[in-house]
Design a protein around this ligand. Structure first.
Ligand code: NOJ
Length: 527
């Protein structure tokens, strides 16, 4: 059980948007390699790269047409090896995104599969005859809007696509598919990657009887996506899927100190059950509770207390504030609360996943209609905000394209990039970046923050969430005010001093029995 992952902070890179080294307006692998020192200085211990495999980019890489090579937009296999080697030299691990549920419709497997009903790869995907009246085989819905079935004129059957029509679902009941995808994993693990983030890990297997899914009585058409109008009892989290995740993990464990994190949006008990299925430190599901629960001290505390206790000390919780699919945290909560959210994420027990630009306080950017690229936004016009606003280029400096590229980038740069960028924030002592650096630095100097137990604190004040990280010979106390008013809290016994505030204007302040937290302020104390 000797894993180094518990002390690492993972940083998600959306490669199209991180750094363009080739001058085509799209980020690439050599761009990432150029910025490894920045990431190391920040205190990052592992990178997760959103997909970089060959792809026609209908869903920007989540539609793979060759699992064994790098898309030329991002570079070559040797650029990748170079990035991997340089990251490892700096003791940074590299996780690849791994997309097993579906391929691109341009993948040679699908091209063969769709060529005739008798093709030997027909059964690699999920094909069904139309109903008698010609309509789709059942009522299953696509996450990207409309039916999950697409009629194929040539062979007169429907294929299943849980996401875009360009992303046909693989048939996991076919053993050749299983063998091939496990080979993909081994291929990259042998090349030296440190593991995977598994895309839509709950979706692999579908009901073999293709039964209609029941209507969701809680569905609100004005608020929810059409996909949410059904209860996904026949397409999500089937026992076969859980069994396959266990199998993926066994492949990971054929190699030393690797890691697998699964994208699964679910409730507490199910997250905990997943840890039990694999029962090993080299596995964790994402926990999106900061995104899904209201920004309220009591609700967040209830979740964190239960989560930490149920998982137990041998496993690593995960905490996420954003990713390439979700609104940016600053846009959601405002700057002050987002700073405190970051403090919690980086001081709670477990593995934090930082989404690129979060450390700058990057916001959602309003994308004009004519510049929208996200297939989800384009399919669900007028309803969904789309994911382009959270995928805009990383802001490195104050030059025209934010130091991301020397030509116009694939998506516009955030409007406030002139103030919100690495170069400016590095010299601003109170910036978001300075806050991230200070907290990540504390993680290096205070072992209790990476190795200590999580001890919940009963603060009496309902607006404040507090906890202690208890190490072998050191304790660190964290207090977070979730409200827009000043809140007083009594401190546990001891000579506490505040060593960090999210406002970055307090250093080594001796406290008496009580502290007053400013609106949305978070603080770190030690004895
Ligand atoms: C989840 C990914 O995070 C998202 O970006 C993608 O569109 C879908 N999976 C389909 O692969």
């Amino acid at each position: 059980m000797n894993s180094t992952w518990g002390a690492r902070v993972v940083y998600q890179i959306y490669p199209r948007s991180f750094k363009d080294s080739s001058g085509d307006g799209i980020g690439d692998l050599n761009g990432i390699t150029e910025k490894l020192d920045y990431l190391k200085d920040l205190g990052i211990g592992a990178l997760w790269l959103s997909p970089i495999y060959c792809s026609p980019m209908h869903d920007f890489g989540y539609d793979i047409s060759n699992y064994y090579d790098i898309d030329p937009i991002f570079g070559t296999l040797s650029d990748f090896d170079n990035l991997l080697r340089k990251a490892h030299d700096k003791d940074m691990k590299v996780l690849m995104d791994f997309v097993p549920n579906h391929t691109s419709f341009e993948h040679p497997w699908f091209k063969e599969s769709r060529s005739s009903q008798n093709n030997h790869k027909r059964d690699w995907y999920i094909w069904k005859k139309p109903k008698k009246n010609g309509s789709a085989p059942n009522n299953w819905l696509s996450q990207f809007g409309g039916s999950a079935w697409k009629f194929d004129e040539k062979t007169e059957e429907y294929y299943l696509h849980t996401f875009d029509v360009s992303q046909p679902d693989l048939n996991w009941r076919n053993p050749h598919v299983v063998d091939e995808i496990l080979n993909v994993m081994r291929y990259w693990l042998k090349r030296g990657v440190d593991g995977f983030r598994v895309d839509v890990a709950y979706y692999l297997y579908k009901d073999p009887f293709f039964r209609d899914e029941p209507y969701n009585p809680a569905y609100l058409p004005e608020l929810n996506m059409q996909y949410d109008s059904l209860l996904h009892i026949y397409t999500l989290a089937l026992p076969e899927t859980l069994h396959m995740l266990k199998k993926f993990h066994s492949v990971i464990n054929e190699f030393d100190d690797r890691f697998m994190v699964c994208e699964i949006y679910t409730f507490l008990q199910e997250i905990v059950n997943l840890y039990r299925i694999v029962d090993h430190q080299s596995f964790a599901p994402f926990n999106f509770s900061f995104l899904s629960l209201p920004w309220n001290a009591q609700e967040q505390k209830r979740f964190i207390d239960e989560f930490d206790e149920m998982i137990g000390d041998d496993f690593f919780p995960t905490y996420v504030l954003g990713n390439h699919d979700k609104p940016r945290i600053v846009t959601k909560l405002g700057e002050d609360a987002a700073r405190t959210a970051a403090l919690l994420q980086l001081t709670l027990r477990g593995i934090p996943f930082i989404y690129y630009g979060e450390e700058l306080g990057m916001k959602n950017m309003d994308i004009p209609k004519e510049k929208m690229k996200d297939p989800m936004a384009l399919n669900m016009k007028g309803f969904h905000f789309g994911r382009d606003p959270v995928r805009t280029p990383m802001q490195w400096d104050t030059t025209q394209y934010g130091g991301f590229s020397n030509v116009e980038p694939w998506l516009p740069i955030e409007k406030e990039s002139a103030e919100r960028n690495v170069a400016s924030e590095e010299i601003d002592k109170e910036s978001f970046l300075s806050l991230y650096k200070s907290i990540l630095n504390l993680r290096k100097t205070r072992k209790s923050l990476t190795e200590g137990k999580y001890i919940p604190l009963e603060c009496k004040n309902p607006h404040v969430l507090g906890f202690i990280r208890r190490g072998v010979d050191e304790e660190t106390l964290i207090l977070a005010n979730f409200s827009e008013e000043i809140q007083g809290v009594e401190l546990p016994t001891g000579d506490w001093k505040t060593i960090l505030s999210t406002k970055l204007d307090v250093k080594n302040r001796k406290e008496q029995n009580r502290v007053n937290l400013r609106p949305f302020e978070g603080i770190v104390l030690c004895i």
